[in-house]
Design a protein around this ligand. Structure first.
Ligand SMILES: [Zn+2]
Length: 107
């Protein structure tokens, strides 16, 4: 499940100014683990290269599983606990509600 596609410096463009003058600069941590951060030498902004999950903090599989549990009648609190125990993912009940609104329990 882990996507390890790592863009090479030089091929990545700054998400702020579009410059290709970006260098790797440490890591950022989220629910999925660590992500590379890049520093743009042109404008000085730090950013995360877009690997397809930039705007989606959680794997689609996690969302699908959450929606599946909701369809089975689990409460948002139970889904939250389930994801935490079985997937090692911490989400808020509000996040689950937002997924529901977005995917309508069909994901
Ligand atoms: Zn820049």
């Amino acid at each position: 499940m882990a996507r390890t596609s790592k863009a090479q410096p030089g091929s990545v463009r700054c998400t702020f100014c579009g410059s290709a003058q970006a260098v790797w600069r440490g890591y950022r941590y989220n629910a999925l683990g660590k992500k590379h951060m890049m520093l743009c030498k042109s404008c000085g902004h730090k950013f995360t290269p877009d690997d397809g999950y930039l705007r989606m903090r959680f794997m689609p599989g996690i969302i699908r599983k959450a929606m599946e549990l909701r369809r089975k009648g689990y409460s948002t609190a139970e889904v939250k606990l389930n994801l935490q125990r079985q997937e090692g993912v911490r989400v808020s009940r509000w996040t689950i509600i937002k997924w529901e609104r977005k995917y309508g329990k069909k994901a």
